[in-house]
Design a protein around this ligand. Structure first.
Ligand code: ZN
Length: 577
């Protein structure tokens, strides 16, 4: 393969309409590639400082006559990555047993196939690292193809292949390099020269800019159409890996000692409100609120709950719509939070409703969101209390890995049933009364898929929404819904994962996706509950990540009109492919 020997300058001049001019534009191509290699080596070093959360969700697919490929089995894991051990010694070539799981400590792990184990053992690092040791001109050939914008970020696009004899496990594919500091921001391809009994996956891996000069892995999409695993089995799968929690106090080594004593400003505000002793009932409420606050705070520190932001306000608007029309004034006020994981679940801790990112993603409209929230309001109005043992903060001292084992917000079947019944009452008086069928349709879609996606419907902290083919929640609403027709393109009963929420991997904040929903033209494009490729709109962070106080903005912008989850704002995706 021929290496282009032209200077980058020539190419830059050839491309019309370039507003920005980088000071480095006079570099020769060889020099640019050397800079890329240096940045990649620096990236490998910088990874040591971070302990992000890593979530991988795998869907194994089968062929369906009408729907194309549909999921038939799923696998899930959530872990905390630790790159402080020497990652450089890892070679993507039949890694020995000692390197397996080296960098991951599991918070949750649900595997039902040996293939998934293999994927986790070897696939995870493959997807976020180009080459653990020497991604440079000595080991690779670089061919400059063109320049291209990924979102707002102008990139140089290279095809990269390992030089002859550079050994197994080297990357082959395409890389996108931003053209100011030469960080790799995306790579797409696989590895070559697999030893026997070993295989490599295909990845599309994205890094996001999280501060000046800091680009860290955020999304990896993997897809294989025919992995031969073992002698007989052929696996067709697709998977999404997401990383977040980069700025968690517990994630960033340097911060560990310096932030221990920092007080939350909210805690101080609470103090000022109280001017005398509380009466017995008031004291009980305060005690329960303390339990809630302790748990919320602990989960936020573990990277499991998003800090309060605009999405929480949208959820609370829907909650208020239901409460106001039912003449309910609940004190202390009901709050909503987002659990950052994909499995579909919602639960309530006294007056705090928690709903998972995956569930918000897949709910097709505001009415079905209202149905989920109404069930939780059922628990609230029926006074299903929180376990007040959490009021003692010593019980919040456990490692992040134990969070799902230590915390448990499951309700008894009787409480679940009572909450369902109450929810129907609440909904019938609400603005969503004549749209119950939409929520019911979502539940029907869930029951149609849940048997094949057991890990997506396994709740970590609350009650499951479905088991096997059976919906476990709001069954009367599901029964009254119109017939589900998966083959009908315009009947959207549930959305793909990632359809609504965008998660900032640095701050853990979530926001509604700004992309305009695109109508599916065939039933194959509906992909309810499925994973899809990523296509983030890359931007540069000009300064350090913003430290906005969500509490301050929450009061400044009340949202009187219920904001439909389908965001109205739009920003065109200008990514070229
Ligand atoms: Zn419940």
């Amino acid at each position: 393969m021929r290496v282009l020997k032209i200077a980058v300058t020539v190419l830059m001049l050839a491309v019309a309409g370039l507003a920005q001019t980088a000071p480095e534009q006079n570099l020769k191509l060889d020099q640019v590639i050397d800079r890329v290699a240096q940045q990649e080596a620096a990236f490998m070093e910088s990874l040591r400082d971070y302990r992000p959360l890593v979530e991988t969700y795998i869907q194994e697919m089968r062929a369906d006559k009408e729907l194309g490929m549909v999921p038939q089995r799923d696998q899930y894991f959530l872990a905390k990555a630790d790159f402080s051990q020497s990652i450089r010694e890892h070679v993507f070539a039949g890694a020995g047993a000692d390197t397996k799981h080296h960098h991951l400590t599991f918070i949750s792990k649900k595997f039902s196939s040996p293939f998934a184990m293999r994927y986790v053992d070897e696939g995870f690092l493959q997807g976020i690292i180009l080459d653990t040791r020497d991604f440079d001109q000595g080991h690779y050939q670089f061919e400059l193809l063109r320049r291209e914008f990924l979102g707002d970020v102008r990139c140089l696009v290279f095809d990269v292949s390992p030089r002859k004899g550079s050994g197994p496990g080297r990357f082959q594919g395409r890389i996108w390099v931003e053209d100011q500091d030469y960080h790799v921001v995306r790579f797409s391809g696989t590895r070559v020269n697999a030893p026997r009994f070993h295989f490599y996956f295909h990845f599309d891996s994205w890094r996001l800019n999280m501060g000046p000069g800091v680009w860290l892995p955020a999304y990896v999409y993997t897809e294989e159409n025919d992995v031969q695993y073992g002698i007989m089995s052929h696996v067709h799968f697709k998977a999404q890996t997401r990383l977040w929690g980069y700025d968690l106090k517990s994630s960033h080594r340097q911060d560990e000692l310096t932030t221990v004593l920092v007080e939350s400003p909210n805690a101080i505000a609470d103090h000022a409100e109280q001017t005398q002793d509380r009466g017995p009932l008031e004291a009980l409420h305060a005690w329960q609120r303390l339990s809630e606050d302790n748990v919320v705070d602990r989960m936020e520190r573990a990277g499991l709950l998003a800090p309060r932001g605009e999405v929480e306000k949208v959820l609370e608007t829907v909650v208020n719509n239901i409460l106001v029309t039912n003449n309910l004034d609940i004190q202390p006020e009901v709050r909503c939070r987002v659990l950052l994981t994909a499995p579909l679940e919602s639960f309530t801790m006294a007056h705090t409703i928690v709903i998972s990112r995956g569930l918000i993603d897949t709910l097709p409209d505001e009415a079905s969101l209202a149905m989920i929230l109404a069930h939780e309001l059922g628990h609230v109005t029926l006074g299903h209390a929180i376990d007040t043992r959490w009021a003692f903060s010593d019980r919040m001292i456990f490692s992040d890995y134990e969070a799902f084992n230590r915390l448990d917000f499951r309700r008894t079947p009787a409480e679940e049933q009572a909450a369902d019944q109450k929810a129907v009452e609440l909904l019938q008086k609400s603005p969503y009364a004549n749209k119950l069928s939409e929520g019911g349709l979502f539940l029907r879609a869930l029951s149609a898929r849940s048997k094949d996606l057991p890990n997506l419907v396994t709740a970590h902290l609350g009650n499951r929404l479905a088991l096997g083919n059976q919906v476990m929640r709001m069954q009367t609403v599901a029964q009254s819904a119109p017939a589900l027709n998966l083959n009908q393109p315009d009947q959207i009963a549930a959305l793909p994962l990632g359809a609504r929420l965008k998660l900032d991997p640095w701050t853990d904040r979530v926001e509604m996706m700004k992309s305009k929903p695109v109508a599916s033209t065939s039933a194959r494009e509906k992909m309810p509950f499925e994973v899809t490729p990523f296509s983030p709109f890359l931007t540069r962070k000009s300064s350090s990540p913003p430290q906005v106080s969500a509490g301050a903005t929450a009061q400044a912008t009340p949202a009187p009109v219920p904001a439909a989850p389908a965001a109205a704002e739009e920003k065109p995706q200008t990514e070229n492919r």
